[in-house]
Write a protein that binds this ligand. Structure first.
Ligand code: GLU
Length: 477
């Protein structure tokens, strides 16, 4: 059965070479054709390349705000691209060579910041794009951070806990010279979690000398377990941020969270927390799709029961066989198994993509039956997909705003570690909400000032912040 469309649509034969069915080009695609910056910095004008797409969105917004040329070329390439290879002993005694990346995109506003992804499909261009998005996200949120991202090409689902630990420790050793608590601060991302951060911090602490305290070394990553300096509320933070942004922006579209219908792609950390928080606010989860299949129940899927099912069996498949309900509410028992096509066609108020990049291409965008897409994942749609969604009047809450809750609570964790304090869960929630509401306000203000869509507006607001930093810092020498 066709399940989750994989990144770049490879699984269903919807690879990047397939051209959009409808005529006309999106603003980002037009920028790719006409901007000289791609040649100046040596980037391919390939509209299907995720990094090219990310730069195109930046250039489109840069033109609107009048960002100086020198800032555009600085942002068009990352400052540092680190690629490492390291051997790890597997449980069967054999050795395997792994490939790891850390891309440090920009640090004009503060230390590089961004997650570490463990996934079999990690490539340099993806990591570069994700690092770029972190620069934009931190700037939009007005955090004192730049942007970075890293990853290891591996399949954590097929590895034992010991193998995962050895990969983490060897990767940390390989990049330890290039990161630091005030220089570049990784965090969890797809395929990594608080445990991985604990192993990473422990390795960094063991490898770096000096007489500073362990807790100082542990600031090298955020998203740690609370036992070793993690913040309360970090685990659910990205999902909470998605909900906070929706609570702020949905009312102007006439949608009330209480009673609205929503669907989710991906039921990992971001998808399941978003769903559980929405569920508790009275919204109805009607469809979910992940790498194991799709499920639907128009009466409402119990988001909590589904989360415990997924944590036991690794995916949503099987829930339809009567995994049951934790709340006992009528209509919340199980679900029906559906295809990917049926998933996208399910009518909802809000669709939350919370899996990998580039899943919503022309084909999916043409059949999506949602009023709003709240991007829990980074870059979940292609420019061609975006254009279709725009022409069909689907509102998009862009990732650099909607999923910024994770890095925002990462910042709170870093501040708590630096000042040897720990905040209550209530304080984390209150501060997170304050910052998400403020960033949503900046995005709305940019949308009315520049008369553009929400994605471009979010980039405009972020780039204004970065541009001001360069204006006062100047460019060395
Ligand atoms: N990986 C998350 C993101 O893409 C969190 C990054 C962080 O906390 O530094 O936003």
């Amino acid at each position: 059965m066709s399940t989750l469309t994989t990144k770049k649509g490879a699984k269903n034969g919807q690879g990047p070479s397939k051209k959009p069915a409808s005529a006309g080009k999106s603003a980002a695609e037009n920028v790719i054709n006409r901007s000289t910056i791609f040649d100046e910095v040596g980037l391919p004008r390939d509209a299907d390349n995720l990094y090219t797409q990310t730069v195109a969105t930046m250039l489109q917004a840069s033109e609107l705000i009048g960002l100086p040329h020198e800032v555009k070329i600085i942002l068009a390439q990352p400052k540092n691209e680190i690629m490492v290879h390291f051997p790890v002993r597997l449980d069967n005694g054999e050795y395997k060579l792994f490939k790891g990346y850390r891309v440090q995109h920009n640090n004009a506003l503060g230390p590089y910041k961004g997650g570490l992804r463990f996934h079999h499909d990690v490539h340099l261009d993806d990591v570069k794009s994700l690092a770029f998005l972190m620069t934009m996200k931190c700037a939009l949120m007005k955090l004192p951070f730049g942007g970075g991202k890293g990853g290891v090409k591996c399949d954590p689902r097929s590895m034992s806990s010991n193998e995962l630990m050895r990969v983490t420790r060897r990767f940390c050793a390989a990049i330890s010279h290039a990161i630091g608590p005030d220089y570049d601060i990784p965090a969890p991302d797809v395929g990594t979690n608080a445990q991985v951060m604990a192993w990473f911090a422990d390795t960094y602490d063991s490898l770096t000398d000096s007489n500073r305290s362990t807790w100082d070394a542990f600031r090298v990553v955020t998203g740690k377990p609370v036992e070793v300096g993690g913040s309360l509320g970090r685990e659910k933070a990205t999902g909470q941020g998605v909900v906070d942004v929706c609570a702020e922006l949905l009312p102007e579209l006439g949608i009330n969270i209480k009673g609205m219908k929503f669907s989710v792609i991906g039921y990992g950390n971001v998808g399941s927390w978003t769903a559980r928080i929405f569920h508790d606010m009275g919204a109805k989860l009607v469809a979910v799709m992940d790498h194991t299949g799709g499920i639907r129940n128009d009466g409402g899927i119990d988001a909590h029961a589904l989360a415990s099912h997924v944590s036991k069996v690794g995916g949503v498949a099987g829930f339809e066989k009567g995994a049951g309900s934790s709340s006992g509410k009528k209509g919340s028992q199980g679900a029906t198994r559906i295809s990917a096509e049926e998933f996208y066609k399910t009518p909802v108020d809000v669709l939350v993509p919370a899996a990998l990049e580039q899943m919503i291409q022309t084909e999916q965008a043409n059949i999506i039956n949602a009023k709003v897409i709240a991007e829990g994942a980074n870059a979940p749609s292609t420019p061609a997909g975006d254009r279709v969604l725009e022409s069909r009047g689907v509102e998009i809450f862009p990732a650099i705003l909607a999923n910024a809750g994770g890095v925002t609570v990462s910042y709170f964790e870093w501040v708590q570690n630096k000042s040897c304090t720990s905040w209550s869960a209530e304080k984390v929630d209150t501060e997170l909400n304050r910052m998400m509401v403020a960033a949503a306000g900046r995005t709305k203000a940019a949308r009315s000032k520049y008369k553009c869509d929400m994605r471009t507006a979010a980039y405009c607001a972020a780039l204004e912040t970065v541009g001001k930093a360069y204006a006062v810092r100047g460019i060395f020498p």
